[in-house]
Design a protein around this ligand. Sequence first.
Ligand code: GLU
Length: 380
Amino acid sequence: MCGIVGYTGPNPALSRVIEGLRRLEYRGYDSAGVALATKPGEKLVVEKKAGKLVNLESALNSEYTNAHGGIGHTRWATHGGPTDVNAHPHLDATGKLAVIHNGIIENYVELKSELERRGHNFKSETDTESVAHLLGEEFKSSGDLASAMRSVCLRLRGSFTLLAIHSDNPNLIVGARRNSPLVVGVGEGENFLASDVSAFIAHTKKALELGQDQVVQVTPEKVVVTDLHGKEVTPNQYEITWDAQAAERGGFQHFMLKEIYEQPKAVADTLLGRFPNSDSIELTELEKFSVDYNRILILACGTAYHAGLIGKYAIEEWARIPVDVELASEFRYRNPVLSSKTLVITISQSGETMDTLMALRHAKSLGAKTLSICNTIGSC
Ligand code: GLU
């Protein structure tokens, strides 16, 4: 789940955007970037880095601090690896328009080849870059970023929260959403856009919730919401009653309760973009595991061990392969019987649970094929 922040107002946009991204860090990400309108009518300044926010921050300099409009993103890669180039924002052909995106553009392959035929050069492997080029084309013909966003959204399939900024109008941020979240924080002479309210709660408690297939134009003084055909709509406005910490917990008393209630959404988000049609699922990462296994062994500790117990029910139900679940801390000290037809699955949220890592190495040294499920890219 990536994080999105947009800011327009009298304060330095960079500090507001970075602060918002930091508040959204709990959502998880693999890279981060910002685009800032430092000089009206000239190219935007863009910085993006793989890894943690500190990598991005250490690449920033004083050039970035004099913008009053900007957008920032923490990415959770779906199309293209977690690299500097694939990190958001992505630019149009002029370098004056930047886009950030949460979600998946399902028809990006068609859009990309159409754009390439018209001479656009792509720098990244992402689905998002097609949106930047399309918006650039639409903006060129209308000169209106919100109407360009509406036209482009009508062409997109999939799920998205999009934010765009153009240096010709550096105080305007335009957002859009379908199936992914976007909220507007309404401040005093300044406004915010974000994936959730925790990004701006330190500055305003007034929020507007965007509906499905709506586009929002935000300047320091004004917020205008329309549908995709340009008809103005009245968004749902509400007062946030949580403090910053409760906002990160989505109003729940503690994180565990939040995560329990989030399970259906977490499963849906994980499977996003993997249904080419209604009766099949694409798990391309698993293709290299297409050996005919006759046994699966799940190794984990703590909560991950309990997740493994549920996994056993699911795998036996759907794959009809017998599954054993064992505590990694016990397994690592045993001399287990493993064959080339045994698949060992290790589960660790952090990818750093020492007993599970040692159990994984032990299984590998015994010649088993291994597969790890974790939430931290680059671990294990
Ligand atoms: N699909 C986009 C990408 O891979 C956005 C991913 C996200 O939601 O962070 O760059």
